[in-house]
Write a new protein. Sequence first.
Length: 55
Amino acid sequence: IGGHGEEVEQPLIDLKETLQNLTVRNALESYHDAQQALDMALNLFNGGYLPLGQR
């Protein structure tokens, strides 16, 4: 995440961490965390705060 020296927004960091920590035992919690991070990322994009490359 975040090539070419661009700053990465927190929801994208959260999505990456959720994926890295995914296990069978926490799958449902991870799904909900990912849903929330995606909603936040889309809101940032729609508000002009998340670049197209990070969407």
